[in-house]
Design a protein around this ligand. Structure first.
Ligand code: MN
Length: 252
């Protein structure tokens, strides 16, 4: 199984977390928040076949790091994975909304230009705006909405757009998150932790904690934990197989 949204570089000891994930056979998509973090983070994937690195510019940093878009463009060719990108409509991020739009638009445009990219997208309090942007770039076939927290109708719109959804133990801890997961098509659901930020019972999640999501998901789907795991592993293959370079470790 694969943790599709994990900030490996931000753990206290990234190599230890990387080794333990590798040992447990848990794959992880190592998400960066700035292009300048790419080189150091991609190095953590060297020699570890279960780790892939994504190039990102987090919407919460769009105001401060917009100047790193040139670096984003340079590293984009190294990987079929992009994230964390998106929009954040929280009050503290509203002052640089214009920068967020500029960065996300740039990213989507760059991702539309070449080989297919798998994009892990943040949409907190901005689901409508994220979907509006995605509608403008129909060449993007593999958007993953990470920790989706929009409305029921926005979820329907995202499903209609062909979005995937990465969900994790923290999202499943709340009733709203569980209701949304229940409404997601089973064949579009992936797992994530959003570690080390996301916590359950005040413990930061490790990549292998994705397994804690299987029980609640199985319950929502009315299947056994084993069946839920098989469904999700089939989803992972369906997502990754058609993406050029996704199953090959990217150059660093
Ligand atoms: Mn994140």
């Amino acid at each position: 199984m694969i943790d599709f949204h994990c900030h490996l570089d931000l753990y206290q000891s990234p190599p230890a977390v990387a080794d333990e994930s590798q040992r447990r056979g848990v794959g992880l998509l190592s998400i960066t928040t700035t292009p300048s973090a790419w080189s150091g983070t991609a190095r953590l994937a060297e020699g570890r076949s279960a780790i892939r690195t994504a190039i990102g510019l987090h919407p919460q940093l769009a105001g401060q790091r917009k100047h790193e878009l040139a670096l984003f463009d340079r590293y984009l060719a190294n990987t079929p994975f992009v994230g964390e990108v998106g929009l954040d409509g929280s009050p503290e991020c509203r002052p640089f909304w214009g920068d967020q739009l500029e960065v996300f638009d740039h990213v989507l445009q760059a991702c539309s230009a070449g080989d297919e990219k798998v994009i892990s997208i943040h949409s907190r309090r901005a689901a409508k705006d994220v979907l509006d942007q995605l509608d403008r770039y129909d060449r993007i076939k593999t958007p993953i909405l990470h920790w989706f927290s929009g409305s029921r109708s926005q979820l329907e719109r995202a499903v209609g757009r062909g979005c995937w959804f990465s969900v994790g133990p923290a999202m499943l801890a709340g009733a709203k998150g569980r209701d949304l997961v229940a409404d997601m098509p089973n064949d579009k659901v992936l797992l994530e932790t959003d570690g080390p930020f996301a916590q359950v019972r005040r413990q930061g999640l490790n990549p292998w904690d994705i397994t804690a999501a299987l029980g609640p998901i199985a319950e929502l789907w009315g299947v056994t934990v084993h069946e839920a795991q098989q469904r999700i592993e089939a989803n992972e293959r369906a997502l990754l197989t058609p993406v050029p370079g996704a199953l090959r470790r990217p150059a660093t």
